[in-house]
Ligand binder design. Structure first.
Ligand code: PLP
Length: 454
């Protein structure tokens, strides 16, 4: 093994990191993460770090679960790869499709596998357009999504996503995609004096406005994350998604839930759409399906679309080399089994989720925190300049990044989206570990405040 400096030098020389300013990272030197257990990471300097982001919202069962390692090893020995293109299938892929159908909401019996969440959402784009072709309405091609949503980094995924800085690179969005504002009460509802619930209805009706602007006969689908994750853990008012569902039904458009973060127990149900009270036609999944131990994603296909694809479809001209990869699917199966054995969905819903909510609410006592909210084991606190008026800091002050720096420095990984500080810890986290997490968050907040007063 090499020294930290040697790793950093080789990293800067060869590794172009995702979503990274290469030059700035080269100057600073990457932090080298070497091993992990449960909710803890260790870097090459031996520092122990509480991973409050579950890697990248994915390590739901925590690190170091032997059952997942064994499932991968056994499958690698038995059959490391075979495809599903040649009218062939492997036992792990079949068994995982069956297991996913068993935990999916009623009406979902079919799965299309991909290698990631981005590929899952690319599949969604082609599948919903194909659906409308099959219905004899080929002009229904347009897909509506939301500003500040995140649906991946491929051309279609980044186009569905509403990150303007992503659109600015590479000529996005691709044609036939448009965005409506997100249901972010703090930004769009508070100043208007709307209650959260009234604002939820207003925000949902932006979808109706957009459908009418485009002409309902041209709209194929609406896609959204049940709770927006990378956009800053924007928990919608309870009124939002049921109203979205009514609007989608009124105009007959398909409703797609991007469950890449919210799926597999994160919100205290198997699916975020269950927590948010709506019934989608399609669900994209990835991340938590294998707890991130190995790449896997896909789309759960509800009856309406599945029936059309199967009964009228002919060949669906789409798929990936790794659609139904046997090793990934074997890990997925072991992961679902472990989530069930450990009772993690109930743990989030009945125990540690409510406990985190209670603890997180106390952050509102801190002079830097304007708002704090959670949904299951996703949470965000908003750093503000003036708690009385809710006025925020100037973006160029980069207060969120200062706070993130103090988290990192003090053994806590928390992410900053502007001045929203967000967490999504592994679902195995205990109450005592939540206490430790809160202790570290408060310390980072105090250090950030001290910096501001310097
Ligand atoms: N959809 C959502 C909601 C996500 O959060 C992500 C990744 O963060 C994706 C899609 C893309 O998944 P992947 O990075 O596996 O392509």
């Amino acid at each position: 093994t090499r020294s930290t400096q040697a790793w950093q030098a080789a990293d800067a020389a060869h590794f172009l990191h995702p979503f990274t300013d290469f030059k700035a990272l080269g100057a600073q030197g990457a932090r080298i993460i070497e091993r992990a257990d449960n909710i803890w990471l260790w870097d090459s300097e031996g520092q122990q770090i509480l991973d409050a982001m579950s890697g990248l919202w994915c390590v739901n069962v925590g690190y170091g679960q032997p059952a997942l390692v064994e499932a991968a090893t056994e499958q690698l020995r038995q059959l490391p790869f075979y495809n599903a293109f040649f009218q062939t299938a492997t036992p792990p892929a079949i068994a995982l499709a069956e297991a996913l159908a068993a935990i999916a909401p009623p009406g979902f019996q079919h799965v299309f596998f991909a290698g990631s969440g981005s590929e899952g959402n690319d599949t969604v784009v082609r599948m919903v357009r194909r659906y409308w072709d099959l219905q004899g309405q080929p002009q229904r091609q347009h897909i509506i999504s939301r500003w500040n949503g995140y649906h991946g980094s491929t051309m279609a995924g980044a186009s569905l996503g509403g990150m303007r800085y992503m659109h600015a690179q590479g000529g996005l969005p691709i044609p036939g995609i448009s965005h409506i504002p997100q249901p972010y009460w703090w930004e769009h509802g508070r100043a208007q004096g709307l209650s959260r619930e009234d604002f939820g209805l207003v925000a949902a009706r932006w979808l109706e406005d957009e459908i009418l602007r485009l002409g309902p006969e041209n709209v194929a689908a609406f896609i959204g994350e049940p709770v927006q994750g990378a956009g800053g853990v924007i928990v919608p008012p309870a009124s939002y998604w049921p109203e979205i569902q009514r609007i989608a039904e009124r105009y007959g458009i398909l409703l797609v839930a991007d469950e890449v973060i919210c799926g597999f127990g994160r919100t205290g149900q198997w699916w975020g759409s269950q927590t948010q009270g709506f019934r989608p036609d399609l669900m994209t999944f990835a991340k938590g399906v294998t707890s991130g131990y190995i790449p896997l994603g896909g789309v759960l296909v509800g009856e309406r679309v599945a029936t059309a694809l199967i009964e009228q479809g002919g060949e669906f001209e789409h798929g990936y080399t790794y659609s139904g990869h046997p090793v990934a699917c074997a890990v997925g199966l072991a992961n679902l089994k472990l989530i069930q054995e450990l009772g993690l969905v109930e743990h989030v819903r009945e125990d540690v989720g409510p406990y985190l909510a209670e603890q997180f609410a106390t952050l509102k006592d801190h002079p830097l925190v304007g708002d704090a909210e959670t949904c299951g084991l996703m949470g965000a606190m908003l750093l503000v300049k003036d708690r009385a008026t809710g006025a925020g800091f100037a973006p160029e002050q980069g207060v969120g990044m200062v706070c993130r720096g103090h988290c990192f420095g003090n053994g806590l990984i928390m992410r900053a989206v502007g001045d929203r500080m967000i967490i999504a810890p592994p679902l195995v986290i205990t109450r005592a570990q939540v206490d430790e997490l809160m202790h570290r968050i408060r310390r980072a907040l105090d250090l950030t405040l001290a910096d501001l007063h310097r």
